[in-house]
Write a protein that binds this ligand. Structure first.
Ligand code: NAP
Length: 539
């Protein structure tokens, strides 16, 4: 059967896929988006767990590419809830008339490069396969769920869920004994909400976490209007930042100020709430002693909030410094442990041995009776979504073979041996260390510019050069090692949460603005580090 032919195929209809389609249309290219879900939204389609909301503030966790869109959409809370972000992305899909080129409920089952590396055949579970010149993965960094391989799970008599595949009708836990495994950003958002409804909540904690109060609240019309009026400046600050957030990091060292002054700065950041706490001092992620001042401050706050000293002690993170793992923000997380109907269990000291029909059995023999089990156990991050697609290059090499020892990419945008494949926010790009829409827009714009260049110069094949890729990998390693980030041994940035995953620090830690400058420079230099060729090339 003849395949349908497109200039480009995009996999995924979240923030990245929607904008990529819009840009491809703008270039006059034919394109289709293939999406596994029954709607647009990507991560915000799937993550419907109780308490799901964004940790970036609404006024900048959104697209910046269209001034009209910026002005007409009004966010209602400081941190948008999952349904509000989904509504926003639905609005974007309608406003830019994207839906006619999005194929929902379509899972990609394979992607194979043509022998000459000038195209891709993409197969799907609907049987409607497509062929394209360029393949763009817009599959997100956190879309492959990580469910622990616990013996006995199949025999559990209750219900179990992963937060990243939450039932669309919601889950009523009224009157039920619920167990939550995991205290990352997701668990920390879900735990207070589940505790308020369940008869009893048991939290199974492997690694205690730092968390900063979100201080969420409604966004008044005045505030929303003020942000709208200020977008030109806000976007400029984001573009020049380390993390794509619109705030400037205090250039001082935490060690260059007196104890009282430092305490005052941390108190103010704690009261203001949110991820901006990280911007309190310039060296929080560069110097262990500086980091310790923030870590100590947060541990003191946990001790203050949690009434039972033994529970407070068990909640104190000691194995990593603040923000060396992605820091959660919360609404009433530590306060939840003051409830009589919440129990904290340390599964680092006493791991889960097996799931039994009636609950969990720990190594010590202790049992926890449960009706529902919630896995807030995170994702096979960054590489997982790409390896699940497992594209096959022109010489028959699968990505899973090429990445056996860990990922390698050029700029997080391309992989040698896989021509005409672009990976939006792939490994070794700033991605999860940044405000995601900011990184996504940058990648999509860069890819669009590259496709324009290929067309203008009569090229139809682009492939990362292995030497440039190697150099970029080394630069990534050095950038990460210049920070404290790789020292958090249990970090998903390193793949440590997935048994057997190669320990490679995956996001680019050199900073967003520096990364953008590098990508611009590569483009200006005629796509240095890429091999460009074309059946129609003039020279
Ligand atoms: P996560 O940060 O990887 O946390 C997973 C939790 O499950 C950790 O506490 C982990 O312990 C625990 N865990 C994993 N496997 C386990 C096992 N076999 N036994 C016991 N415990 C286990 O995942 P997440 O909370 O879903 O968050 C992932 C990322 O998604 C975040 O860091 C953030 O970037 C993003 N996110 C964003 C938002 C937002 O902006 N609204 C909300 C949620 C998530 P260890 O630490 O010991 O591995």
């Amino acid at each position: 059967m003849a395949h349908e032919e497109y200039d480009a195929v995009v996999i995924g209809a979240g923030f990245a896929g929607l904008y990529m389609l819009h840009r491809l249309r703008g270039l006059g290219m034919s394109a289709v988006v293939l999406e596994r879900a029954g709607g647009v939204g990507g991560t915000w389609y799937w993550n419907r767990y109780p308490g799901a909301r964004c940790d970036s503030e609404s006024y900048y966790y959104c697209y910046s590419f269209d001034r009209g869109l910026e002005q007409e959409w009004t966010w209602t809370e400081r941190y948008p809830r999952q349904p509000e972000i989904r509504a926003y992305l639905d609005h974007v899909a309608d406003r830019f008339d994207l839906r006619r080129d999005i194929r929902l409920s379509t899972t990609v089952t394979g992607a194979r490069a043509d022998a000459d590396g000038r195209g891709w055949t993409v197969t799907t579970d609907t049987g409607r396969d497509v062929h394209c010149r360029y393949l763009v993965t817009a599959v997100g960094c956190l879309s492959a769920a990580n469910v622990p391989d616990l013996p006995g799970l199949a025999d559990f008599a209750g219900r179990w869920f992963h937060t990243g595949a939450w039932p669309h009708d919601g889950v009523d836990v009224t009157g039920r004994r619920v167990g939550v495994v995991g205290t990352g950003s997701t668990g920390i958002q879900a735990i207070p909400v589940l505790a308020a409804q369940a008869a009893h909540l048991t939290v199974l904690q492997r690694t205690p976490n730092y968390s900063i109060p979100a201080r969420n609240g409604p966004l008044g019309a005045g505030e929303a209007d003020a942000y709208k009026a200020d977008y030109a400046r806000i976007r400029e600050v984001q573009a020049g930042s380390t993390n794509g957030h619109p705030f400037v990091v205090n250039p001082q060292s935490a060690l260059d100020v007196g104890d009282d002054e430092r305490e005052r700065v941390y108190r103010a950041a704690w009261e203001r709430g949110g991820l901006r706490f990280r911007a309190s001092y310039a060296d929080l992620l560069a110097d262990e002693a500086a980091n310790a001042t923030a870590s100590d401050f947060i541990r003191d706050r946990i001790r203050e909030v949690v009434a039972d000293p033994a529970t407070a002690e068990a909640l104190l993170p000691h194995d990593h410094g603040f923000a060396t793992k992605r820091p959660p923000i919360d609404t009433g997380y530590f306060e939840t442990y003051n409830r009589d109907d919440v129990t904290l269990v340390d599964v680092r000291a006493d791991p889960v041995e097996a799931v039994e029909p009636g609950g969990l059995r720990l190594r010590s023999g202790a049992r926890h009776e449960l009706d529902d089990l919630v896995f807030a156990t995170g994702f096979d991050a960054l590489t997982g979504p790409l390896l699940r697609l497992d594209p096959v290059g022109p010489d028959g090499t699968a990505l899973s073979d090429a990445w056996r020892a860990g990922p390698r990419t050029y700029l997080g945008l391309a992989v040698s041996g896989f021509p005409n494949l672009f990976t939006v926010t792939g490994p070794f790009s700033p991605s999860v260390l940044t405000n995601m829409p900011t990184s996504i827009e940058h990648h999509v714009d860069w890819i669009a510019g590259c496709l324009e260049h290929l067309r203008a110069t009569g090229r139809d094949r682009i492939e990362a050069d292995p030497a440039a890729e190697h150099e970029w990998g080394e630069h990534n390693r050095a950038a990460a090692e210049a920070t404290l980030l790789p020292r958090a041994a249990s970090s998903w940035y390193l793949g440590a949460n997935v048994p057997g995953k190669p320990a490679v620090f995956m996001p680019y830690a050199g900073g967003f603005a520096r990364y953008v400058a590098t990508c611009d420079d590569v483009a200006r230099g005629g796509y240095r580090g890429f091999r460009l060729s074309g059946s129609r090339a003039a020279a």
